[in-house]
Design a protein around this ligand. Sequence first.
Ligand code: HEM
Length: 299
Amino acid sequence: MASPMDELKRHYFFSDEDSKRLQELLPLAEQFQQRMVDEFYEYIISQPETAAILAKQSTREKMSHYHRLWFLSLFKGSYDDIFLENTKRIGYAHVRVGLPINFVNASMHQVRHFLHHLIHDSFSDRDLRRAYREAADKILDMNLSVMTSSYRDEEMKKVFVSRRLESALIHLSERFTYGLNLVLVLALAGVSLGVVGLFISDLMKIFQGDMEKGILSALGAMLILWMMIELLDNEIKNLKGGSFNILVFVGVIIVAIVREILISTLRHDDLKTQAFLTVTLLVLGVVYYLVSRAQKLKG
Ligand code: HEM
């Protein structure tokens, strides 16, 4: 089975001939390594973003030492899986220092530019020059491909972790809301039973002789029961995945006010209280009308 590095070489048509050409360039690379490192450093400090990274993460000496070693490794002739792993590690090192990916591309362009000039100035034979240039281009592009894939791997890791976390959180809060809704339905059912009791006790009052009070109270209890049924129905729809219906809540408040008006009449409350309740009912009626109209227009 082909190794990952063999696969990469196949993608770039990197041959033994290319490997030989690169090794032939080693003496030239050694001779001009200082110039390459200096030009690389010049490039880094010429860009505010890379200059800031250098100032924060390293020193000229340390960074230049690493960049020199990498440059020479291009011409050592061992392009195997160890070389591939090393290049991946270099990619991750730059992700860690916070170097934006476009500067990896841009700085690789600088190295390519440097090598093209070096080859051009050092060899007079046109075909030989082209063979050297092509081999150099391939090894630089292979490096670039591996380094940029390290960036992609890091991005994927971030996306993967946060997506998993996100969906776990969403699932948990969905379960929690469902549980709360269930509790609410049970509580509403319990309260409804209480209202049925109230209705029965109000009916009893009719038979005990207090006709007016009995009928009005029973009417009030019936209204509450009706409101409980509406609330329960809405809650059950909600549990089944339906949407929250604001109109039901406005309706519930209207019913509560109507009941209050009935009781207020029985209590013979003063005119001010009764007028206040009537105005509130009127306002709620308008709100109910507007909300239901808006819902119809939307639907
Ligand atoms: C062609 C592109 C580049 C190559 C091939 C390259 C190569 C390397 C290598 C081999 C290392 C050592 C990694 C390790 O073993 O941990 C390194 C480290 C580093 N590089 Fe680059 N580099 C490139 C571009 C840049 C650029 C544009 C910057 C700009 C700031 C940069 C800043 C650094 C820094 C700050 C370190 C860490 C040095 C330390 O540990 O003190 N590199 N680089």
